[in-house]
Write a protein that binds this ligand. Structure first.
Ligand SMILES: C[S@@+](CC[C@H](N)C(=O)[O-])C[C@H]1O[C@@H](n2cnc3c(N)ncnc32)[C@H](O)[C@@H]1O
Length: 310
């Protein structure tokens, strides 16, 4: 049976105008595997940019935060980026605890398997949404907490919600703790759109899998072939939006309700906002941090901002 809050969120979204679905539902086992495939696509420069900044500056992050550190990552996926940070941490302290917080059970299993091989790292997994997980994650006494929020996951929030989220994360931290925020920066729509609508159709499969998941887990009867993936650039909001567009009028049953679609009507499944470095610094000030450092990638404009809890 569907968890009541999830059922409520699904039905609320499908009754809204425009129709929406919670973005985190994209990440079941197949969705997590498809996301890993997306990171390898030639069009998706974001992960490579994030990795270049990590490789170049992970030691600077650790140097800026006299330890011992305990490390938490929000939405680590398979844990590839965490592994790079943890090597930099264990180069200066013998042991550390890493807590992975993710909604995807399969991503957590993969992350745990990959990271528990690292010497000196104790891995803890919390299957939860970001803030619930942070509130549940135990602290290591005497250690400074470093929270990693990489891959521009913050992009999925509306700007107002993003600022509120930064405040909520801050409320779980102590002065001197840190948040390393990796965000994609503004770039021309002509470069961004293919990253969300690739030639192989992997992103389309990632998006449409949400309906496969609703059919399998929530008793829905979406005609999958009748919904097309679409990526749109919303210039005023500076974001890519992913939609699933009904190719024809249809009625879908799920969770004891009927939902009608007009031909051409869409379900908005994900937003991916772009940022400016000065906007991020201002947000640090407004949400209880000091932005201590920013490192950027020039090839695919991308920033890591080190926020210190005031
Ligand atoms: C876009 S992927 C990024 C993965 C990794 N951080 C990276 O940079 O490659 C987002 C990850 O966050 C998880 N996720 C998405 N929304 C979440 C939420 N609200 N709470 C917890 N985890 C979430 C997904 O399961 C997935 O592993």
């Amino acid at each position: 049976m569907t968890d009541p809050p999830i059922a409520e969120a699904i039905l609320r979204g499908l009754r809204a105008r425009p129709k929406t679905l919670p973005t985190f539902l994209l990440y079941d086992a197949l969705g997590s595997a498809l996301f890993e495939a997306i990171t390898e696509l030639p069009e998706y420069g974001l992960t490579r940019a994030d990795l270049r900044v990590i490789e170049a500056h992970r030691a600077d992050v650790v140097r800026a935060l006299p330890g011992p550190l305990d490390v938490v990552e929000l939405g680590p996926g398979g844990g590839r980026k965490a592994a790079l940070f943890l090597r930099a941490v264990t180069a200066v302290q013998a042991r550390t605890v890493f807590t992975a917080i993710d909604v995807s059970a399969s991503a957590l299993r993969e992350c745990q398997r990959a990271l528990e091989q690292l010497d000196g790292v104790e891995v803890r997994s919390v299957e939860a949404t970001y803030l619930d997980g942070l509130r549940r994650a135990g602290r290591v006494e005497g250690a400074r907490r470093l929270v990693l929020f990489l891959g521009s996951n913050l992009s999925n929030f509306d700007r107002r919600d993003a600022l509120a989220f930064l405040r909520d994360v801050r409320a779980t931290l102590s002065p001197g703790d840190a948040l390393l925020l990796a965000t994609d920066l503004e770039k021309p729509a002509a470069e961004l759109l293919p990253a969300y609508d690739d030639a192989l159709g992997v992103t389309a499969a990632f998006n449409r899998n949400l309906l496969v998941r609703l059919n399998r887990e929530h008793g829905a009867d979406f005609p999958i072939a009748d919904f097309a993936h679409e990526a749109r650039w919303n210039a005023p909001e500076r974001r890519i939006e992913m939609h699933l567009v009904a190719r024809r009028a249809c009625e879908v049953r799920l969770l004891g309700a009927a939902v009608s679609f007009a031909a051409g009507e869409s379900i908005w499944t994900e937003s991916s906002h772009r940022f400016r470095v000065d906007e991020l610094r201002a947000w640090a000030d407004e949400s209880g941090y000091t932005c201590a450092e920013q490192w950027t990638d020039q090839r695919w404009p991308f920033a890591h901002s080190l926020f210190l809890a005031r």
